[in-house]
Design a protein around this ligand. Structure first.
Ligand SMILES: Cc1cc2nc3c(=O)[nH]c(=O)nc-3n(C[C@H](O)[C@H](O)[C@H](O)COP(=O)(O)OP(=O)(O)OC[C@H]3O[C@@H](n4cnc5c(N)ncnc54)[C@H](O)[C@@H]3O)c2cc1C
Length: 530
């Protein structure tokens, strides 16, 4: 007999399978000798009150007293061996162009193969190992490579990230399918269980390579260092793409999964008069505290270092009908330069699987509405992107035309004075003391100040001189939407063109972009089969 239970256990009761079995037996009243198998299905930290505990969901395989020889095989074991078999040989199958090898493009490609279609992946950046060398070069030379950086290249913006795998929206599709594919390609089984699952940059790099092996072994194709610069269209029907080398690649379906930083694609649509919409997004700074301080606040001063992961937080406040919130919090992480071209100052956060840096960083961002971009209305649907672009430029200029990042102690920001000296930071390109109040648009700095007051009340010790604000956090989600038909998922004017993932404005994050890729591939397969 299989039964599921939800209960709270102490961190020390979760470190060892035997101890956990005893605890579960005691709490559920099920005799320990009748528990044949204990399967941990979900866990999340409950730090709201002392003592801190884990909320867990377990599945017990229980031997019934009158049927002691019953052999119970868990669902997981039954499905394990069948997973890779789902992928078909597509060497000679119908080609579908996939532009962009980020989570949306890669998960779409895997689904296409499952459905018997051949993905032709076109990626402006390089394979992950070469891309790593380019990001190291960016730090050494303080110069952005516009084709190979933290956003562009194999795996997209998701490769050198924190690899958090949760999404706020469960309605978009099957999250478990995404997690299963990650596990099939080398992620730890733990991601299926942990409510706040994360993989880390080190894990993601090898998973991305394993996904490439699956795609290529099945007959899919990759074209690296190949940028799409135009589309082939006949009577509003897509016929293929044109690359920067002038090559034409033909297919009657194109998945456009170029991410939120491919501004050239938005300009291309704009120049062609193809439908685009301005989209609200969020912008602000990244805040960095010592991780130890965040642990003390969140774990109520008790040292849980051997039992619990580095603590995270999630904060939100509403001020005058405008949201201010933490975004992409990275415990034990580091801050990286995330610009995609020179003349831009953009930061973001990443971590390794162990999350063992001494710093905790998080975006602290304010919602940006269409009316905030009045100054740029002449750019139509690109007005929000223009505001984003100009703020990045201003931040770059404030750093002396460099990707050394403008920074300010949090307490100095609240007092509106430039910091004399800064706290230690993980940001590898260096910091320059600045006054964010003078660089950020006023509606952002004033809302941030109100937000920090509230966050200081919610987390005692958060509002401290030990924290630096580092700018600019601007690539939170796409400032543009490429509209698509809600049933066919094709662009509303160009049939066969499928705007997909974060760049199209239909996802935000690794998991939701992957789900969007899967959904689009399924739509294409439906159309090809019927
Ligand atoms: C540093 C960092 C940390 C992050 N951490 C997290 C996290 O922990 N959890 C989370 O959920 N999300 C995180 N994100 C966000 C997440 O990475 C994105 O939401 C996700 O990658 C979007 O997926 P996508 O496939 O839609 O686009 P992208 O991942 O942006 O991929 C787009 C791809 O298209 C390629 N491309 C662009 N233009 C062209 C062209 N013209 N021709 C050919 N190829 C092109 C790009 O090179 C890129 O590889 C992070 C992002 C960054 C930068």
């Amino acid at each position: 007999m299989i039964k599921e239970f939800e209960l709270n256990v102490l961190p020390e009761e979760l470190v060892n399978a035997e101890i956990l079995k005893k605890t579960v037996s005691k709490r559920t009243g099920i005799r320990i000798d009748t528990i044949q198998n204990l399967n941990l299905l979900k866990k999340s930290i409950d730090a709201r009150k002392k003592p801190i505990s884990y909320r867990i969901k377990v599945e017990l395989s229980i031997i019934e007293e009158n049927n002691p020889s019953e052999d119970i095989t868990s669902e997981d074991e039954k499905t394990q061996n069948t997973v890779i078999e789902k992928y078909k040989d597509v060497h000679n199958a119908k080609p579908i162009i996939v532009v962009g090898a980020g989570p949306a493009g890669l998960f779409a490609s895997l689904k296409l193969i499952e459905k018997g279609l051949k993905p032709i992946i076109i990626e402006r950046g390089k394979p992950v190992s070469e891309r790593k060398k380019d990001t190291a070069q960016i730090i050494r030379q303080k110069e952005i490579n516009p084709e190979s950086n933290w956003c562009f290249g194999e795996g997209g913006a998701g490769t050198f990230s924190d690899g958090k795998l949760y999404t706020r929206s469960n309605k978009r599709g099957n999250i478990n399918e995404v997690l299963d594919i990650f596990v099939e390609h080398g992620a730890d089984q733990e991601i299926r269980i942990n409510a706040h699952a994360h993989i880390g940059t080190d894990g993601l790099s090898s998973i991305i390579k394993n996904i490439r092996k699956t795609i290529e072994d099945c007959g899919g194709e990759y074209h690296f260092e190949t940028k799409v610069v135009d589309f082939i269209v006949n009577d509003n029907e897509i016929k293929g793409v044109i690359t920067q080398k002038g090559d034409k690649i033909e297919a009657d379906s194109v998945i456009l999964a170029t991410g939120h930083s491919a501004r050239d694609i938005y300009y291309l649509f704009h120049d062609k008069n193809w439908a685009l919409e301005a989209k609200p997004f969020a912008m602000g700074v990244r805040i960095e505290h010592p991780q130890e301080l965040i642990n003390q606040i969140q774990y109520h001063s008790r040292d849980y270092s051997s039992l619990l992961p580095p603590a995270n937080y999630s904060l939100a406040y509403n001020y005058k009908e405008r949201g201010v919130f933490s975004f992409c919090m990275c415990p034990g992480g580091m801050i990286i330069p995330a610009a995609t071209d020179n003349g831009q100052m953009v930061v973001n956060g990443m971590s390794n699987s162990l999350r063992n840096s001494p710093f905790a960083n998080s975006g602290m961002v304010v919602s940006v509405k269409e009316e905030d971009a009045k100054e740029y209305y002449q750019y139509g649907a690109l007005s929000m992107m223009k505001l984003q672009e100009q703020t990045e430029k201003k931040m770059f200029e404030a750093a002396g035309n460099s990707i050394v990042a403008p920074a300010q102690r949090l307490t100095d920001f609240m007092k509106n004075k430039t910091s004399f000296a800064l706290s230690q930071s993980s940001y590898l390109c260096g910091l320059i003391p600045s006054n964010m109040n003078k660089i950020l648009p006023e509606f952002i700095s004033s809302t941030l100040r109100e937000g920090f007051m509230d966050f200081g009340r919610k987390m005692k010790g958060f509002l401290t001189a030990e924290a630096n604000l580092i700018g600019l956090e601007s690539r939170t989600s796409s400032p543009v939407r490429i509209p698509r038909d809600k049933d066919t998922l094709q662009h509303i004017q160009i049939s066969g063109l499928y705007p997909c993932g974060e760049g199209a404005g239909y996802a935000g994050g690794i998991t939701s972009s992957a789900i969007d890729g899967i959904n689009i591939a399924e739509k294409i397969a439906e159309k090809k089969i019927n």
